[in-house]
Design a protein around this ligand. Structure first.
Ligand code: PEP
Ligand code: MN
Length: 334
């Protein structure tokens, strides 16, 4: 929001009057020497008419949003009967990092389904840091994943790594994941959006909130029916954890922007001993669900073994987050 001042207004007096209303401002000069105040993020929501009545204020203008489709998203998303919603139990998306074999993924799916998990994840096309690491089983892995999910009554979540593999992923997955490394890949975002499937959009590991919102705008503008945001940790400086889980961004997306957001504590910390407390914290911060990696023999996992949970620990997490949450109040500070 931009507040324009009368020519003879005392800028500091107007700023004090606005801060008394909960509005934090930055002054700037416009064309012809006109003086304006830019209302900073984190300020209270005050209607334009009230602001226009403040002594010294000449005009109030809403700055147009550059992500109107994201702004219009409802606070919940529905994926083949699975609801990511504030008044629904947290949705847990679980499964191995990579689909390893038909038998393996079917076995994991059966164990997860027995625990009440309704969304099965597994990578077929893997974005690995090194080209010499396991790159995923590709097309056949998608079939194994789909069959395992169908046999266990679950929906499928899998990543599209490139424009070339996106149609095949969308054919097999109910929720198409865009990985952290690809959040800025606008051509891929558009290609996935055009396929008309809901998108699970992971945050780039060094992406600002605005960049993340704009990535979602690309998907929606191209035709995606909905986007579920996934915070998976941003680059930190401490080597004790793989990334830095930014729960403030989760609270912001959920309570200020009113958007559906889930948290992936597995890739955030990269070590299984910290996943349970962070899962609880994520739900407390407003996450509508979790994405966690699960493997029955983590030591033999083809990727991300150190962060893979066993099903017993997952059960403890499910019990911990099942407690009814306090309905969050939408923040007045917007
Ligand atoms: C994944 O979920 O398999 C993955 C590679 O995650 P990220 O893009 O967050 O690293
Ligand atoms: Mn992984």
């Amino acid at each position: 929001m931009i507040v324009t001042l009368h020519r003879d207004a005392d800028v500091e007096r107007v700023r004090r009057a606005l801060s008394a209303l909960g509005l934090w401002t930055t002054p700037f000069r416009g064309g012809g020497g006109a003086r304006h105040l830019l209302v900073r993020p984190g300020s209270a929501t005050i209607d334009a008419a009230t602001l226009a009545g403040v002594d010294g204020v000449a005009d109030v203008a809403e700055s147009p949003s550059t992500h109107p489709r994201v702004d219009a998203l409802p606070p919940e998303a529905l994926v083949e009967g699975v609801r990511f919603a504030p008044d629904a139990p947290p949705v847990v998306i679980a499964g191995p990092c990579s689909v390893e074999s038909r038998e393996h993924v079917a076995d994991v799916a059966a164990r997860l389904s027995a625990l009440g998990v309704r969304a099965l994840r597994g990578g077929a096309f893997k974005p690995r840091t090194s080209p010499y690491e396991f790159q995923g089983r590709g097309a056949e892995a998608l079939r194994f994943l789909r069959d395992a999910a169908d046999a266990s009554g679950m929906i499928v979540v899998s990543e599209a790594l490139s424009e070339a593999d996106a149609p095949l992923v969308a054919e097999h997955a109910d929720l198409v994941q865009i990985g952290s490394r690809n959040m800025h890949a606008s051509a891929l975002l558009r290609a996935v959006g055009r396929l008309g499937r809901p998108v699970l959009l992971k945050r780039g590991m060094a992406a600002t909130l605005e960049e993340w919102l704009h990535a979602a705008e690309y998907c929606l503008d191209a035709g995606a029916p909905s986007v579920v945001f996934c915070e998976r940790g941003i680059r930190g400086f401490d080597v004790n954890t793989r990334n830095l889980l930014d729960l403030a961004s989760v609270a912001l997306l959920r309570h200020v922007h009113g958007l559906p957001v889930v948290v992936d504590p597995s890739h955030a910390v990269g070590r299984r001993d910290l996943i349970a407390p962070l899962a609880r914290a994520a739900v407390a911060a407003g996450a509508l669900g979790l994405l966690v990696e699960v493997h029955d023999r983590p030591g033999e996992a083809l990727s991300d073994g150190p962060q893979a949970l066993d099903t017993e620990t997952l059960r403890e997490i499910l019990d911990a987050i099942a407690a009814p949450s306090v309905p969050p109040k939408r923040s007045a500070l917007r």
